[in-house]
Design a binder for this molecule. Structure first.
Ligand code: 13P
Length: 250
C-alpha cells in the first residue's frame, strides 16, 4: 500500500499564495507520482486556486471540513456538494480542532462521513486522545469509542473506502511527536478494531499519523508497520519541508 502524505494547512496561507506554493513544491515531487500519494488541504477560499494549480499533477486537493447537509439555511457553512462542484476530491472530518474547539461530536462526524461517501468525496476521519486521557490510561478506551461512534457506523463497504488519521491531541502543534513506538501501538489498536469490523480488508485501509511530523522524524514514523502515511500541519506550510516529508514517504 502506498503512503498518503497529506498537508493540512489549517487557517493558514492565502488563496493568492497557492500558485507560488505549487510552483515551488511540484518540481520536488514530480518523480514521486505512482510511488506515494500526495494531498494538500487548504482553507476554503484557497480550494479553487489549489484545484487549478494542482490540475494534472500528482497532488490531490482536499477540504478540511464540510457540513453534513447538502444545502440550506446554514450561514457560514460549506457543503460537500460545493466541494465536489469545485473539483475537490478529499475531505478531512473530525479533526481534533473541530472536535475540541468547535464541539463536533462523534455522531456529527459520522453524519458528515456518510454524506462525504454519498457524494464520492474521499474522507479522512481523525481520532486521537487528549493528554489527560493518555495520562489516565484511557487511550484505548477513547480510540475505541471514537472508532465505534464516528467511523464504524458507516458500514463495512464504506469503511473500506475511508482513511483514518490518528492524531494524538497532545502532539498537535506542540512540537511533541509521539515516538514511533507509541504511534505504532495506537495504530495497531485501530487496525485491530478495523479487523474486528471488516476482517482482512482492514489491511488495505490507510491509517495516517498526525502530530508534529517534520522532515526529521517522518521516515522513522512511516517505517512503522501500521503507519500508512502522515497528516502534516505546520510543516506542510513550507513547500520545501512538505516535499522532504513526501520523499520520506516514498
Ligand atoms: P502539526 O503537524 O502542526 O502538529 O499538526 C498536525 C495536525 O493537526 C494535522 O492535521
Amino acid at each position: 500500500m502506498k503512503n498518503l502524505i497529506a498537508g493540512n494547512w489549517k487557517m493558514n496561507l492565502l488563496p493568492g499564495g497557492v500558485a507560488g506554493y505549487a510552483e515551488r513544491f511540484l518540481p520536488q515531487v514530480r518523480d514521486l507520482a505512482g510511488v506515494v500519494d500526495l494531498l494538500v488541504c487548504p482553507n476554503f477560499p484557497a480550494l479553487a486556486p489549489a484545484v487549478e494549480a494542482f490540475r494534472n499533477t500528482p497532488v490531490a486537493v482536499g477540504a478540511q471540513n464540510m457540513h453534513q447537509e447538502l444545502s440550506g439555511a446554514h450561514t457560514g457553512e460549506v457543503s460537500g456538494t460545493m466541494l465536489h462542484d469545485l473539483g475537490v476530491g478529499w475531505v478531512i472530518l473530525g479533526h481534533s480542532e473541530r472536535r475540541h474547539i468547535y464541539g463536533e461530536t462523534d455522531a456529527l462526524i459520522l453524519a458528515k462521513l456518510k454524506r462525504a461517501h454519498e457524494l464520492g468525496l474521499r474522507p479522512i476521519v481523525c481520532v486521537g486522545e487528549l493528554l489527560e486521557e493518555r495520562e489516565r490510561g484511557e487511550t484505548e478506551q477513547v480510540l475505541r469509542r471514537q472508532f465505534a461512534e464516528s467511523l464504524a457506523g458507516v458500514g463495512s463497504e464504506l469503511l473500506e473506502k475511508t482513511t483514518v488519521a490518528y492524531e494524538p491531541v497532545w502532539a498537535i502543534g506542540t512540537g511533541k511527536t509521539a515516538t514511533p513506538e507509541t504511534a505504532q501501538e495506537a495504530h495497531r489498536l485501530l487496525r485491530n478494531q478495523l479487523e474486528e469490523k471488516i476482517g482482512t480488508a482492514a489491511k488495505g485501509i490507510r491509517i495516517l499519523y498526525g502530530g508534529s511530523v517534520k522532515p526529521e522524524n517522518a521516515a522513522e514514523l512511516l517505517a512503522q508497520p501500521d503507519i500508512n502515511g502522515a497528516l502534516v500541519g505546520g510543516a506542510s506550510l513550507d513547500p520545501d519541508a512538505f516535499a522532504a516529508i513526501a520523499r520520506a514517504g516514498a
